[in-house]
Design a protein around this ligand. Sequence first.
Ligand code: HEM
Length: 524
Amino acid sequence: SDPEVLEYLNRTQPALRQLAEFKLRHPKPIGILTTSAGKLVELREITTLNSDSFSNQYFIDSLSHSDAERIPERVVHAKGIGAHGYFEVTHDVSKYTKADVFNGIGKKTPVFGRFSVAAQNLGGNDLVREQKGLAVKFYTREGNLDFLCIHIPVFFYKDPLEFAPFIHSAKRNPRSTVFDPTMRWDFVTKRPDNLHGQLWINSDFGLPNGYRKMNQFPIHTYEINNKHGEKFYVRFNFISNQGIEFLSDETAREIGDIDYFNRDLYNAIENGDYPSWNLEMDLMTMDGLKKLDYDPFDLTRLWKKGTYKTIQIGRVIFNQNSDNQFRDQEQSAFNPGNLVPGIPGPMDNVFRGRRFSYRDAHTHRLGVNHNKIEINKPLYYKVYDRDGVPPVRENMKDAPNYYPNSFNGPVPYVDPSRPKERLVIYESNAVDLEPAAEFYNEFLQTEGQRERLVNTTVRSILPIPPELQRRVIRLYTLTDEDLGTRVAEGLKRALRMPPPPPPRVIRLNPRNSNDHHRQHYYST
Ligand code: HEM
């Protein structure tokens, strides 16, 4: 009720008034301070000055806990923000999938979502041209269902063996420590399947205006099946109800806030402006698949118009910020292999690689019991796994710890409608530049869009070695002659431009004896 406090709360954005709000909710201290083992801390223990610090358990606890408070950051998508919410079914899709979570109009399922930037380290810059991610964990009655998505509808490669080199080339140079376009362009030109995704990233669609204003795509072609065992092939899409907006590099520089995406999402949710996405699926039947003149399982290409229909399923709404980002977001373990009956999932090789990679990454990052951490815990589980790095929770108490057994440990169930066989797909390793050419000529609809793609590419290849620049232009020309020519001409023009002036800095005169820096150096 203090007018000064009210005025402060009104004037300040939610992300900057979090502590003031905590105090409003807790007008008195929330309790007596303790050590981690629960001993009450006495006032004289909160300083070590003029005392025997190594008799002070509070001091030892504090120092040694902070020494160990970092865990490995994610190898990709390290920086992000998490929020809680729910999924609500809005349409009847029982014809296509028996997944309980998608059946029963009005049914709500709790979800946890994590929004992220792909190549930045923890604490990195949101305002960069990189794929932005959204991972959603649905806590369904049939186990956790995880979708991991990026904001462009195509992926970079078809062979999971490209994961490590792709990531290395997109992250920091191990010697210089800085992001290095030479590595990235070298890899793209050596593995041209990456080109289509790279064009998306360098186009107007590369940098969304915040996490709320982007669509999200799990990309893979998923197999789904109904209760009669009939199979369908789908690509899921999360379509933003906030609309989609993108930023130019110039606007991003003007905004200049490395936490722009996190701040925007957090503030919106705190203000009750809950972001939501419609979940839909582009669907093909088995008969439809047979008639195609392209590979619908290829992650590096879009499905062609007219070959599928789009079915609405429901919507995801995020209506609560996490009250502890480390507990929820940093400890969250999303795995695309977490699927439910009725969604057997994708068959392609990248997906098979991912089934292994995420599980392995989570064991490294969070320990082998990562699915027992609260944020990852399914609603129901009965396992034969035991022990390992905590948390083990009740560790299945005294139930039999081997299967099969004769003593009523958990038993598998029988699903009579599970399709008997799965499609086996053969993937071609031929380089196909058609999807990239289609993106340039058809997907981009205006000259302005093409011009900006060319300009962004030129800026990006300007610092790389001439031989590599020639290789980029050769690849672009092979993709589309006009695109290659324009990049070549743009590069020639850019090379003739004078280098930008050095940044303006504040200089202090070291010979000025009034300079307090100098006094500081001498004061010791
Ligand atoms: C061979 C292919 C791929 C491999 C090996 C791979 C591997 C990984 C790994 C190891 C992580 C970090 C996991 C963690 O520590 O929690 C990760 C995160 C992520 N990946 Fe992938 N990935 C692949 C392809 C993809 C694709 C195709 C997509 C999207 C369509 C994708 C979206 C994401 C997202 C959104 C995250 C962040 C998850 C989070 O918020 O925790 N990845 N990936």
